[in-house]
Design a protein around this ligand. Structure first.
Ligand code: EPU
Length: 346
């Protein structure tokens, strides 16, 4: 267990916000966590789990003990007629895992290529892109209860996955509730990659690539390359322009609400969901309010995708929050829709 005082966090959040952790502990194993929980000073203190920092806005120095997850390792756990089961440490890079599985010949994660962040953070918000969500490939995970140091395993049902949602984003309102927000650290994730592999080509952007490239039957590597191209063309690379991916969730409305909005805004981008609700494109709503390319202080709205807030140089967490609130207000005033942020503000 490595403990650092006044540790700079700038390189540990993809927005590139300058802030410090009063105490940062690097966690490389379950044993580190057991030691931390038993520590008379650190054990009882509030804790904040940091993965790849791709879903966090730091509004100042972080007082809770920052746990930097560095549990590593990738392996094939089992292969059956129906699937490859792979396991990865929570500290591994998500994109690195996607590349590794493809190189080993275990396809299935290609639609989720280039999503920033770590393997351990992936289940927290049930990451997803281009028709595949983590829950579609999830087998189980190991986590540690931060109040006791005890390890436990959860299956998909226990993770209670939803759209950019899981049990790890909910607080337990009363004893017996199954909210794990702030209470657990994910050490290892196991994924089930189904056989035979089938391409997921449901997104128009992917179908366009297939036609452009004149490919009849795409391979996993084709899809991987097309996804990387599509994402690079509309999402900023956090290594170059600080950002936290989509800043808001796509909101859902009832068919009646949607009909009402369409009557006023016929061009609104909307998708019917399996449960009868309608999902609206938050990027379109923000764009329609004229925010694309605009800034407040050093926080900006990306000029190719209005759902992404960016660091225009030296941004503070406060500026990001001010811009996000201004966007929420204008979308609410024009459409009557409340946008919900994706990242954790701390
Ligand atoms: N749009 C605009 N203007 C904009 C942005 C978008 O008109 O400035 C329109 C687009 O033309 C399109 C629609 O809105 O018709 C949707 O845009 P896009 O296809 O870029 O996807 P999204 O709904 O904005 C979601 C995820 C992304 C994921 C993509 C592809 C959320 C919050 N975001 O974005 O996930 O990569 O679909 O599956 O669900 C992330 O969560 O960080 C993320 C990047």
């Amino acid at each position: 267990m490595l403990i650092e005082k006044n540790a700079p966090l700038r390189d540990y959040n993809t927005f590139g916000i300058v802030a410090k952790a009063q105490t940062l502990v690097r966690i490389t194993s379950e044993a580190d966590l057991a030691q931390l929980c038993a520590d008379p000073v650190l054990g009882p203190q509030p804790k904040f789990v940091l993965g790849g920092g791709s879903n966090v806005v730091l509004t100042g120095d972080v007082r809770p003990v920052v746990l930097k997850v560095e549990v590593m390792g990738k392996r094939l756990l089992a292969e059956t007629d129906k699937a490859w089961i792979v396991e990865a440490g929570g500290g591994e890079s998500w994109h690195g895992l996607v590349q590794w599985t493809l190189a080993q010949g275990y396809p299935g994660l290609e639609n989720m290529a280039l999503i920033p962040g770590t393997v351990g953070a992936a289940p927290v918000q049930n990451i997803g892109a281009y028709g595949v969500e983590l829950q579609d490939r999830f087998e189980s995970l190991d986590a540690v209860d931060l109040s006791t140091g005890q390890s436990f395993t959860l299956d998909a049902a226990q993770c209670a996955f939803g759209y950019r949602d899981s049990v790890f984003k909910h607080l337990a309102a009363q004893p017996g509730d199954f909210g794990l927000s702030g209470r657990a650290l994910i050490t290892r994730v196991r994924l089930r990659l189904p056989k035979p592999w089938k391409p997921e080509m449901g997104y128009l952007d992917l179908e366009r690539k297939r036609q452009e490239r004149n490919v009849d039957v795409p391979t996993p590597l084709h899809i991987y390359e097309w996804i990387c191209e599509i994402r690079r063309s509309k999402l900023p690379d956090p290594a170059v322009i600080g950002n936290a991916g989509s800043f808001f969730k796509n909101p859902t409305v009832s068919p009646e609400q949607c009909a009402d909005i369409i009557a006023r805004e016929p061009r609104i981008v909307h998708y019917p969901m399996a449960d009868g609700s309608i999902k609206l494109a938050a990027g379109w709503l923000i764009d329609a309010c004229g925010w694309k390319g605009k800034s407040i202080g050093n926080a900006g709205v990306y000029d190719k995708q209005a759902l992404v807030l960016v660091n225009r140089g030296g941004v503070t967490g406060g500026e990001v929050v001010t811009l996000a609130r201004a966007i929420q207000t204008s979308v609410y005033e024009r459409f009557g829709i409340r946008l919900e942020p994706e990242p954790v503000v701390i």
